[in-house]
Design a binder for this molecule. Structure first.
Ligand SMILES: Cc1cc2nc3c(=O)[nH]c(=O)nc-3n(C[C@H](O)[C@H](O)[C@H](O)COP(=O)(O)OP(=O)(O)OC[C@H]3O[C@@H](n4cnc5c(N)ncnc54)[C@H](O)[C@@H]3O)c2cc1C
Length: 607
């Protein structure tokens, strides 16, 4: 298997030249320390950890998996030592406040780190990754006592955290949650219930695990308005932060999974476990969803991580493996056959992977800038600005999570395809990437749920199409600037202008039809999400191409001419070969509902 190499050249091109992160950081109240030198040193350090420590454990971690015995979960060989190095490097605290031991850097710095760590070893990345949601929840809703009790060890990575939402009967529909919390005379609570599929719910990496649990108070209203949020530690924590008794939280078993097998997915039994409420009673779901946008961007990264990993392995294979001759004549006459990379269909696969990884990276880097500004507004006490940014990020989130994870699976499968039959064989690692990628469209809200969130909640109900008008206005601004540019960038600008108009028209037509046929939102939502993803990615490819053309022409870029040329060519491939798929999704989104709804529920199959 090709060893992982962090794609630092592309990361730097996008950060510094396309999205101008140095200027962005200079405008943030916590950006002073994120100087180009410091950010670059962080990139180098995260790349080293990912390449040298985490990537070598990826295959062995998959083979060995996590083990469960007598309630104890052991992570695969090498994970403990790797986690200790992660903690020693201060990686968990990069973007958390200095008062709790973090380094106070903008959130995006953590995004760059997570991309590299996750591409090297997604299973490993899940342990510190889940802590982020837990830390953010305590930071935002915890009392001062809860913050000082739990945050320092979570921020340092000494402890990890979880998010316990799902129960056997409900994952998407949290209104059905049954876990209960009984108030105690001393103001604490006793939590009882079973949570399933809890990532990092039990493991041997840390001495304590802090669970954030959704449960109902006695007499709470039914549905989502009766859910509260609780902190339940695996080992109780004394007021001074020292460890107390083992709490009544036990791991019933861990799941045997298709992929990310080194990440422990636990069934957790809470049996009158001691906990404390976090936030207001019955407002737990609202609190949980505050950070859903950032958590979902974390999962969107998984799409590009697996695309990148699979591409990095497929490319050298296609350069070395030989099969037949190129259709236009021998390319390597001294060899028995030409390399796979000479064949147009293999190039199609490689370029699709590259386009997904690098186009998706652009989408995530822009969303990360919005997240930086949003956290800054919260810190600076600017609620109106915070809300505006949260809404903007809220529009990106389902598209990034839904579209990029679907595309990540395609890219991972294409990597296997480039390897031919060898892609199906374990030793080559390609089938592991495809298995690991598969979960990303399921957890943190399935693609179906992302699609409903986008079309139903954000586009139609929430803004009556305004969020699409806002984003397409950005596309038009780009188009106007480059409309008459020579060559490919001009073509892209004109295509984008057409797509911007089309996206708004599509939205309006769905809005009008949905007012007469309520099933339309559900029947159109997946195709609408995919259409939006393809068009949004086109914009981010055009941005990269335009910048590459500009820097190549004026000679002021940090990269080589070949690098810029390859960017423009990959963008052109995207516009010609992948963007047209949007038309199929548009037609399907506009199709009347009858073809999906007319089949009688008993007529799907006849035995
Ligand atoms: C490996 C792994 C790790 C996980 N980690 C965590 C974790 O750390 N914490 C946690 O709390 N949970 C976790 N989960 C749970 C995960 O978030 C849920 O499995 C997921 O949200 C889907 O819920 P479900 O499995 O109940 O599927 P369901 O909700 O039953 O959905 C089944 C199908 O129906 C569709 N569907 C459901 N409702 C609708 C609707 N109204 N309209 C249209 N379609 C609909 C869905 O899109 C899906 O295709 C994890 C799961 C796995 C497998």
């Amino acid at each position: 298997m090709t060893p992982y190499k962090a794609p630092l050249r592309d990361m730097r091109f996008q950060m510094n030249e396309v999205f101008d992160y140095p200027a962005h950081y200079a405008r943030l109240s916590n950006g002073a320390d994120a100087t180009p030198d410091i950010v670059d040193a962080i990139l180098e350090g995260a790349a080293e950890l990912s390449e040298d420590i985490l990537a070598p454990l990826n295959l062995s971690g998959d083979r060995e998996g996590c083990q469960f015995k007598d309630g104890v979960v052991s992570t695969p060989a090498g994970f403990k030592e790797a986690y200790a190095q992660f903690v020693a490097g201060g990686w968990q605290g990069l973007s958390f406040p200095t008062e709790y031991g973090g380094q106070g850097l903008p959130v995006s710095v953590s995004v760059f780190k997570s991309e590299m760590m996750g591409t090297a070893n997604w299973s490993f990345n899940m342990y510190p990754g889940l802590s982020i949601g837990c830390i953010n929840t305590i930071l935002r809703y915890g009392t001062e006592a809860q913050k000082s009790q739990y945050l320092p060890p979570l921020v340092s990575g000494k402890w990890t955290g979880t998010m316990c939402l799902t129960e056997a009967q409900c994952g998407s529909d949290l209104a059905q949650i049954r876990a209960k919390a009984e108030p105690q005379a001393d103001g604490s609570y006793r939590v009882t219930g079973t949570k399933v599929f809890i990532s990092s719910g039990e493991h041997d990496l840390t001495e304590n695990i802090i669970h954030i649990v959704l449960a109902r108070l006695p007499g709470a209203p039914a549905g989502t308005r009766g859910i509260s949020l609780f902190i339940v530690p695996k080992v109780t924590v004394n007021a001074d932060g020292s460890l107390g008794e083992r709490n009544a939280v036990t791991c019933g078993h861990i799941e045997h999974k298709m992929g990310i097998r080194a990440s422990a997915t636990a069934v957790l039994n809470f049996d009158n476990a001691a906990g404390s409420m976090i936030g207001e009673p019955n407002k737990g779901l609202e609190a949980m969803f505050t950070f859903m946008n950032t958590a979902r961007i974390g999962t969107a990264i998984q799409g590009i991580a697996h695309a990148e990993a699979s591409f990095q392995c497929a490319l050298p294979y296609a350069q070395e493996r030989r099969s037949m001759r190129a259709l236009s004549g021998k390319k390597e006459p001294e060899q028995a056959a030409d390399a796979l990379i000479w064949h147009a269909d293999v190039r199609r696969m490689l370029l699709t992977q590259k386009a997904i990884a690098e186009g998706g990276r652009g989408m995530i880097y822009r969303a990360a800038q919005l997240a930086d500004k949003m956290f800054d507004a919260a810190k600076e006490g600017e609620p109106a600005k915070y809300e505006e940014l949260e809404n903007r990020l809220g529009f990106y989130t389902p598209i990034l999570k839904g579209f990029l994870t679907e595309m990540g699976i395609e890219a991972a499968n294409l990597g296997m395809q480039v390897f031919g039959g060898h892609g199906y064989i374990q030793e080559n690692g390609m089938e592991q990437i495809a298995r690991d990628a598969r979960i990303a469209t399921l957890y943190e809200g399935t693609t179906g749920i992302q699609a409903l969130d986008l079309l139903g909640r954000k586009v139609l109900l929430g803004t009556k199409g305004q969020c699409v008008r806002d984003f397409t206005a950005t596309m038009w601004r780009f188009s106007r600037k480059h409309l008459f540019a020579a060559g490919r960038v001009g073509n892209m600008a004109r295509t984008l202008a057409r797509r911007a108009t089309q996206w708004n028209l599509l939205t309006t037509r769905i809005m009008l039809r949905a007012s007469k046929d309520r099933e339309l939102v559900g029947s159109a939502s997946f195709d609408y999400l995919m259409y939006s993803g393809y068009v949004m990615m086109a914009y981010f490819w055009a941005l990269q191409a335009a910048k590459a053309a500009e820097l190549s022409a004026n000679g002021q870029g940090k990269e080589s001419k070949d690098f810029y040329q390859s960017k423009i060519q990959t963008a052109a491939f995207y516009f010609e070969r992948l963007l047209p798929r949007a038309d199929g999704h548009r037609s399907a989104a506009l199709a009347p509902t009858w073809s999906v709804m007319q089949v009688d529920k008993d007529h799907f199959a006849f035995k």
